[in-house]
Design a protein around this ligand. Structure first.
Ligand code: PGA
Length: 244
């Protein structure tokens, strides 16, 4: 795992943006794996700016998001569909049919999971997957204990994740109990992974990742088994880690 240490959130966002733009310039038809949450927002702002300035185009790019809540309408401001359109997709020159998020609204969710995997395969796999982590070390919505062999699946959210995400909802009771998420196995099939981590509330998770073993109890630790991972981490998130 390559580790890039940066000062703060702004520097993390700009570095991630720079790496994505670089990769997009190398690839004819880039396939990006995208994430929601506070972590990638600054990166999206930077990518929008680069697109508007004419430094990068998303015309030939396809995107696949990691996850979505189960049972929330796409128009609901708390859905990940809404987030992605609001923060990124509606502001760049990507073709609507090329941006994909799993649906949390299907009657047959198992079928949706299989179809989402197939869509990723049909696109040729993910070239570059952007990831954040949860305070409990989750990636996507793969909570501690998720078998590393899982592909896209429906997950029950832990109390810790529901509490962390309740900041977007009127109360914790409104936070969905389930989500659909790419599995650890789906994520590991990406050709390259960019892991973004900022803030003191992630410091314990970062210490477990860097100093600890690979364990299903720390979902992000699976990335140590991937050969092309870059971690961009700021000072606050590194505050509990002995790096050298
Ligand atoms: P955050 O969420 O970027 O809002 O901190 C990350 C996550 O829960 O995976």
């Amino acid at each position: 795992m390559k580790i890039i240490q940066v000062k703060d959130y702004q520097a993390m966002s700009e570095k991630a943006c720079e790496i994505i733009v670089e990769r997009m310039q190398e690839l004819e038809k880039p396939v990006l794996g995208l994430a929601t949450g506070s972590t990638p927002e600054g990166m999206y702002e930077c990518l929008i700016k680069k697109n508007k300035e004419g430094n990068v185009s998303f015309k030939n790019t396809s995107t696949f998001n990691l996850d979505e809540y189960v049972g929330i309408a796409e128009e609901d401001p708390n859905s990940y569909h809404y987030f992605m359109h609001d923060k990124f997709l509606d502001h760049v020159d990507i073709e609507e049919e090329n941006s994909h998020l799993p649906s949390g609204l299907e009657k047959d969710m198992d079928k949706e999971c299989k179809e989402y995997e197939q869509m990723i395969r049909d696109a040729g796999g993910i070239d570059l997957q952007v990831l954040g982590i949860g305070v409990n070390g989750h990636i996507g919505f793969n909570e501690p204990g998720t078998p590393f062999t899982k592909e896209t699946h429906v997950v029950e959210l832990t109390d810790s994740t529901r509490k962390a995400n309740s900041r977007y909802f009127a109360s914790i009771d409104e936070v969905p109990t389930h989500a659909i998420s790419m599995g650890p196995e789906t994520i590991m099939q990406s050709k390259e992974i960019l892991l973004l981590i900022s803030g003191e509330n992630k410091a314990d998770a970062v210490a477990k990742l860097i100093e600890g073993d690979v364990s299903e109890q720390v979902p992000v630790s699976i990335l140590k088994n991937h050969e092309n991972v870059t971690l961009i981490v700021d000072e606050a998130a590194l505050s509990k880690t002995k790096i050298k």
